[in-house]
Design a protein around this ligand. Structure first.
Ligand code: PLP
Length: 427
């Protein structure tokens, strides 16, 4: 164990940490259902679904069976010039879940790549349709779209640490994020400012890109569907594409299969990832409408220029197809509602604590926002002591467990948050 800890500290980077002063890590040995078992034998109830992904919990027999069956047949072949059943299976299932207009699918390796693909599609579409001046993107402050350079360029300039990369990132247009609250009344002044920004830069904008309803890693901010409807109407009118990044919100997390369903709109391009494989494998997909695909390839010598080595990986596709079957056959709406109800009851008492700024819940997402940034290591230490796996960031303590979590485990998660937030080991 100690050797392992030394080796890891010395040689292996973890997300958003330094090699010189890394945050502590815990050793995961195995995982099953909603429990992560540490190497020292302790078991933790998972509150994170491994960053939105493990919606069915861990080591699910149906997903494992799909993986091993596919491995026995064919783990991978290049997608250039070859097609296969697992890719068709996952795309067929995706098409059944998204609006009918989104019927052209690009499979890639991860969420950030799905975003890069969407942005490249928008640029090639502008070129293909005789609008080569449209090269930039408009997005909302407080967003998060991934860690590759172009995805970073449309992520929040402050959270995304743009200053570290300033002259290396393309400059995009940023609108303020919509006012907080899924149920908040429409703010006409905000709408007016959005329209003015679009007026000013209309000629330069290839696409508006944003996370619908829930901004995730950029601040766990919830906003009302009316703003999405407004942007859909405005972008359509101005010939600007609308890219929705549902990498976090997709597959039921907000209470609808996709968050854009809350607004009843259809984007031109949709990005999915994370829970697509039930958190088993890495896989992203970018879905575009037929007019977008045709605008990119107005002639035979205008292909869409992207093609990762592991595009359409059969193992990931087979697991994703199995995961979507599992999701659709499960009472996921009821489960998400039940989780939301448990969060409302279990987290609401935090609101009266002096260090807490806000408590909010949407779908199966629960957020306690503190007034000051928390000490991640100290919070995690307290959570692990209480048998739960919760990893805060910034001022946010948040949970989004696997949908199959039982009421008693939900109660343990929310009790741990109440206790640790009250203790506030940051101070
Ligand atoms: C996680 C995330 C991404 C990036 O996905 P990766 O698989 O980490 O590359 C992009 N957009 C959103 C909204 C995300 O939550």
């Amino acid at each position: 164990m100690n050797n392992l800890a030394d080796f890891d500290r010395r040689h292996i980077w973890h997300p958003y940490t330094s090699m010189t002063a890394p945050l502590p890590v815990y050793y995961a040995d195995s995982a099953e259902g909603v429990r992560i078992r540490l190497a020292d034998g302790r078991e933790l109830i998972d509150g994170m679904a491994s960053w939105w992904a493990a919606i069915h919990g861990y080591r699910h027999p149906a997903l494992n069976a799909a993986l091993t069956a596919q491995a026995r047949r064919m783990s991978h072949v290049m997608f250039g010039g070859l097609a296969h059943q697992p890719a068709a299976d996952v795309v067929e299932r995706l098409l059944a879940l998204v609006p009918e207009a989104l019927d052209c699918v690009f499979l890639s390796d991860a969420g950030s790549v799905a975003v890069e693909v969407a942005m490249k599609m928008a640029i090639q579409y502008a070129t293909g349709t005789g609008q080569p001046h449209r090269r930039r993107f408009l997005t909302l402050r407080g967003g998060y779209h991934g860690d590759t350079l172009h995805a970073m360029s449309v992520s929040d300039p402050h959270n995304g640490m743009h200053t570290l990369f300033s002259s290396a990132l393309p400059a995009q247009f940023f609108a303020e994020r919509p006012p907080a609250g899924f149920d908040a009344p429409t703010d006409e002044h905000y709408i007016g400012k959005l329209a003015a920004l679009l007026d000013r830069h209309e000629r330069d904008i290839a696409a508006v890109i944003l996370e619908p309803i829930v901004q995730g890693a950029g601040g766990m901010h919830f906003y009302a569907p009316a703003y999405l409807r407004f942007l859909r109407e405005q972008t359509a009118r101005r010939g600007i594409l609308l890219i929705l990044d549902e990498i976090a919100t997709g597959f039921g997390r907000t209470g609808r299969m996709f968050a854009h369903e809350h607004a009843g709109i259809v984007p031109d391009i949709l990005c999915v990832g994370k829970a697509l494989t039930g958190g088993m494998m890495t896989l992203g997909a970018t879905l575009a409408t037929r007019p977008v695909a045709e605008g990119i390839s107005t002639s035979a010598d205008l292909p869409f220029m992207h093609g990762p080595t592991f595009m359409g990986n059969p193992l990931a596709c087979a697991v994703a197809a199995a995961s979507l079957d599992l999701l659709c056959a499960s009472p996921w709406q009821t489960r998400v509602e039940r989780i939301g109800k448990a969060f409302r009851e279990g987290l609401e008492p935090c609101r009266s604590l002096p260090d807490v700024a806000d408590v909010r819940v949407l779908g199966a997402i629960g957020v306690v926002e503190m007034r000051e940034p928390v000490d991640v290591a100290a919070f995690q230490h307290e959570f692990v002591k209480r048998g739960v796996w919760i990893r805060p960031f910034g001022r946010l303590v948040y949970i989004m467990p696997p949908y199959c979590i039982e009421p008693s485990d939900l109660a343990t998660l929310t009790r741990a948050i109440r206790e640790v937030v009250a203790l506030n080991p940051t101070a």
